[in-house]
Design a protein around this ligand. Structure first.
Ligand code: AMP
Length: 192
C-alpha cells in the first residue's frame, strides 16, 4: 500500500485536492471531518457528542476520531492505499495512526503539506460557507479559533513526520489544477 496524509490548515484545499487525487490514484479517502459530519447527519450518539466541539471550532476528542479511523482501516484491507485528510490533527493522533497501521504491517509513506497564507484561508472559508452550509466556515470567531487550533495543536503533526523525513511542502496558492499537478508530481516521485 501507499499511504499519504494530505496536511494543511482549514481552508487550504485538502478536500478539493483529495477528490482529485482519489479519482486519479484510487486511494481510499479517510476524511475525519466528513465522517463526523455524516455522524451528525445520521443523528448518532457520536455525532451529537462531536457537534458541540465542531460548532465551536474545537477538536473532537482524540479517542473518538481514532476509533472512527480504526473502523475504516479494518474494513478496507485491500485498497491501493489510504489518503488521510484532516487527520491526524494532534501528535497523539499521529502516534495512534502509526500504531494502527503497524498492526497491518503498513505505515505512512508521505505527508504532503499544503502551504497557504492565513488571509487566503479566511477568504476560502467564507466562500466555502456560501455553498457548503458549514456553520463553522461562516462565523468569523470560529474561523479564527480553527486557525489557532491548527497552530497550537496540529502543526506538531508536521514536526512529528518530519523527524522521519516524510514531509514535502507544496505551494497551495494558484489554480486547483496547478496545485493538483504539483501534488501528483510528488506522489509519482515517491511511488516508484
Ligand atoms: P474539517 O472538515 O477537517 O475542517 O473538520 C471540521 C471539524 O471537525 C474540525 O474543526 C473539528 O472540530 C472536527 N475534526 C475533524 N477532524 C478532526 C480530527 N482529526 N481531530 C479532531 N477533530 C476533528
Amino acid at each position: 500500500m501507499f499511504n499519504i496524509i494530505l496536511f494543511g490548515p482549514p481552508g487550504s484545499g485538502k478536500g478539493t485536492q483529495s477528490e482529485k487525487l482519489i479519482a486519479k490514484y484510487g486511494f481510499k479517502h479517510i476524511s475525519t471531518g466528513d465522517l463526523l459530519r455524516s455522524e451528525i447527519a445520521g443523528k448518532t450518539e457520536l455525532g451529537l457528542k462531536a457537534k458541540a466541539f465542531m460548532d465551536e471550532g474545537k477538536l473532537v476528542p482524540d479517542e473518538v476520531v481514532i476509533g472512527m479511523v480504526d473502523n475504516v482501516i479494518v474494513n478496507n484491507p485491500a485498497v491501493y492505499g489510504f489518503l488521510f485528510d484532516g487527520f491526524p490533527r494532534t501528535k497523539a493522533q499521529a502516534e495512534a495512526l502509526d500504531a494502527l497501521l503497524r498492526k497491518h504491517e503498513e505505515n505512512i509513506n508521505l505527508m504532503l503539506a499544503l502551504d497557504v497564507p492565513e488571509e487566503e484561508l479566511i477568504v476560502r472559508m467564507i466562500n466555502r460557507a456560501k455553498t457548503s452550509g458549514r456553520t463553522d466556515d461562516a462565523d468569523s470567531e470560529v474561523q479564527k479559533r480553527r486557525i489557532g487550533v491548527y497552530k497550537n495543536e496540529t502543526l506538531a503533526v508536521a514536526s512529528y513526520y518530519d523527524q522521519f523525513g516524510k514531509v514535502t511542502t507544496v505551494n497551495g496558492l494558484g489554480s486547483v489544477d496547478d496545485i493538483f499537478s504539483a501534488l501528483s508530481t510528488e506522489i509519482d516521485n515517491h511511488y516508484s
